[in-house]
Design a binder for this molecule. Structure first.
Ligand code: HEM
Length: 404
């Protein structure tokens, strides 16, 4: 399906870049009364009353900050059907209480403990496995695998369960394309996590599931269902986004070899490269909210009970905030992007995501030299970033030599 005014159309399959369309909409109709979503398969009674998309930075920022008017409660009726009632769908005191309980494990200071003990060894081992091969697809060998292994260790899952956990995680996050596999994985993960929770109710462990079992709100422990909902949320929220964003960063560096060599020579540039990668190729380009009352955004009035898509991918290239906004430039002056959202639902795992990506990139640059992108590997399917809502490279074929 294509949307828009010729020649600027949106390819909703995600096969071609949505950015020319986003730019066109930012310039012509940044608070758009319309939708990308195809509701033709949805029963009439479930279709939203009214739909809008925000393309500009200011509109998206306003909606994230005003969580009373722009509520995320509708997640209960979408991903909630699979994950259960998660903090993403909560608001007010309920959200505050649940978030405070889990936030401790994800603070920047907690990362200092995990970096040498978990994150470094996982990345080093994965790269050592391919180091002497001379070539690899970094999506298969690295970008999906490292966040999966890291989260499984942080949760405290037994190493022998890794293959099963990887399979269930993949099935769960593939729910938009394979609903049956996704629902089966959700059910299987429920049983699996319940068993892990029960073990920790008998004997406490020093891991995220152990922390959740010990956590209390007003003297009440979290229920098994609340813990399992949170754990299942971590797979799309924590694993999928990190694998996509790290793939995007590698793609951007490989296609800008002069910036890759700057980073190789001066590793203090890595944090800037990570933020610029998240800005230019935002892995999750939009999220949804519902208005609880009429609200003015820019020069338009959105009515109550409207579904509003906040297009962070577009907001992150807003030309009123960044000069030459489409350009990947790790040296550009620092200006906060909105890839991790904002307001009360701002990403809980952003410090972990940044740390994981930093360690992965350092480890790769330490272990291999002459890293070269081979976008056309002869298969007829060129390596590129694809997707509309979720974006990342279809593959990352590279050649390299082992570092001494
Ligand atoms: C680069 C990687 C990541 C990106 C781009 C990202 C992006 C986001 C965004 C946009 C939201 C807000 C969604 C909404 O409001 O509808 C969010 C929330 C969340 N993220 Fe992340 N995320 C990343 C990594 C992680 C990691 C590594 C974890 C944990 C392991 C994590 C856990 C969460 C949780 C639990 C929430 C819900 C917070 C709340 O509702 O209060 N994320 N993330």
């Amino acid at each position: 399906m294509t949307l828009g005014t010729d020649p600027v159309t949106l390819d909703t399959t995600g096969e071609t870049s949505p950015y020319p369309y986003f730019e066109y909409m930012r310039r012509t109709d940044p608070v758009w009364h319309g939708t990308f979503m195809d509701h033709s398969q949805m029963p009439e009674e479930l279709r939203p009353n009214d739909e809008w998309v925000l393309f500009g930075y200011d509109g998206v920022f306003q909606a994230f900050r005003d969580d009373r008017v722009f509520t995320s409660a509708a997640y209960d009726k979408s991903i909630g059907l699979v994950m259960g009632h998660t903090i993403l769908a909560m608001g007010g005191k309920e959200h505050h209480d649940h978030r405070s309980l889990v936030a401790k494990a994800f603070r920047a200071t907690a990362m200092e403990r995990w970096e040498p003990s978990v994150i470094g060894p996982v990345c080093n081992q994965l790269i050592d496995e391919i180091k002497y091969q001379g070539h690899a697809d970094l999506v298969k060998a690295l970008t999906f695998e490292f966040p999966t292994r890291i989260i499984s260790v942080l949760l405290g899952l037994p190493p022998e369960d890794l293959d099963m956990f990887r399979r269930l995680s993949l099935d769960l996050i593939s729910i938009p394309t394979d609903i049956v596999a996704g629902l089966n994985a959700a059910a299987e993960l429920h049983g699996y996590f319940l068993n892990q929770v029960e073990q920790r109710r008998r004997k406490r462990t020093d891991d995220i599931i152990g922390d959740l079992v010990a956590a209390e709100i007003d003297g009440e422990k979290l229920t098994d269902e609340a813990i399992i909902a949170f754990l299942r949320l971590l797979l799309p929220a924590g694993l999928e986004t990190t694998y996509r964003s790290s793939g995007n960063l590698l793609y951007l560096l490989l296609t800008h070899p002069e910036q890759l060599s700057m980073v190789r020579q001066d590793r203090s540039l890595i944090p800037m490269a990570i933020e610029e990668g998240l800005r230019v190729e935002t892995p999750l380009t939009m999220v949804m909210r519902t208005t609880t009352e009429e609200i003015k955004v820019g020069d338009k009035t959105i009515p109550a009970d409207a579904q509003v898509d906040l297009c962070m991918g577009s907001a992150n290239r807003d030309e009123s905030r960044w000069t030459d906004a489409n350009k990947f430039d790790i040296r550009r002056p620092r200006q906060a992007h909105i890839a991790f959202a904002g307001g009360i639902h701002m990403c809980l795992g952003m410090h972990l995501a940044r740390m994981e990506t930093q360690v992965m990139l350092n480890s790769l640059l330490d272990r291999v030299n002459d890293l070269t992108f081979v976008p056309d590997d002869g298969s007829g399917d060129e390596a590129r970033i694809v997707g509309l809502t979720f974006r990342s490279p279809n593959k990352l074929p590279v050649t390299f030599t082992p570092a001494a």
